[in-house]
Ligand binder design. Sequence first.
Ligand SMILES: Cc1cc2nc3c(=O)[nH]c(=O)nc-3n(C[C@H](O)[C@H](O)[C@H](O)COP(=O)(O)O)c2cc1C
Length: 269
Amino acid sequence: MTSDEWCAALFDRVTVMTINTKLNVHIAICIIFNSSLVIRNSSLKNMVTQFTPYTDYTEYAPDEMRTRAQAFYAEIRRRRTVRDFSDRPVPRDIIETCLLAAGTAPSGANLQPWQFVVVSDGAIKQQIRDAAEAEERAFYNGRAPEDWLAALAPLGTDENKAFLTTAPYLIAIFAKAYDVLPDGTKVKNYYAAESVGLATGMLITALHQAGLATLTHTPSPMGFLNTVLERPKNERAFILLVVGYPAADAAVPIHAMQKKPLEEIAIFL
Ligand SMILES: Cc1cc2nc3c(=O)[nH]c(=O)nc-3n(C[C@H](O)[C@H](O)[C@H](O)COP(=O)(O)O)c2cc1C
């Protein structure tokens, strides 16, 4: 069997499974993920495009749509970036489900150029904290331009990052600018940053929806994450997401709650 035939057969299986049941959809997606490099290794342009009916769509009457949109807005507007975390453990399966949700994000050519590295090990969290605080000390004590520090001032952030060892999970999110095939060939991922940004947003939303708090952390620069987490060169650290329960006395900056009104963020033509 050539690799093209193998891929066509794989897609046949995926199509059949997609029609069957929702559980099978997950199985099919896993097969695609595990085989992604094999798929890319084949000549994509020679592959037959196959379609399956979109049966997962649900239409709502306008009133119900309105209710659902308002309910989601009411829910998501409660999300806050938290910097004081509890050390209470969070069941791993909840994190896994939220990662699966993030993995459904749209991506350029469906190349899914993200890598999530979930850290709960105390020693690794400590290494990340040590490296992040070293970068942040340099950032807050000279490296950052004055206007950047001024923009951060209302948030009250500084070089101390206790949350990196307190929170039960750190999810380091990497963007893959290219994939490396088994024979060493590099293949570009299109719109990697945009795609990983969308997946990260969906992950934050899924975690919030599950009842967890997050902090979108970007110690500057983040190259140390490749070293500590032993990630290859084609992966660039994108966001370090801190996940857990807020501490009982967690407080959030009022500045963060002030969101621009619709007239400022949207134009209808
Ligand atoms: C790309 C990005 C990078 C961020 N980096 C940091 C960071 O390094 N440290 C931090 O405390 N907050 C960071 N934040 C969180 C923002 O400060 C926060 O989202 C903003 O103040 C609005 O607050 P809210 O998330 O509660 O709405 C970052 C957010 C984004 C989107």
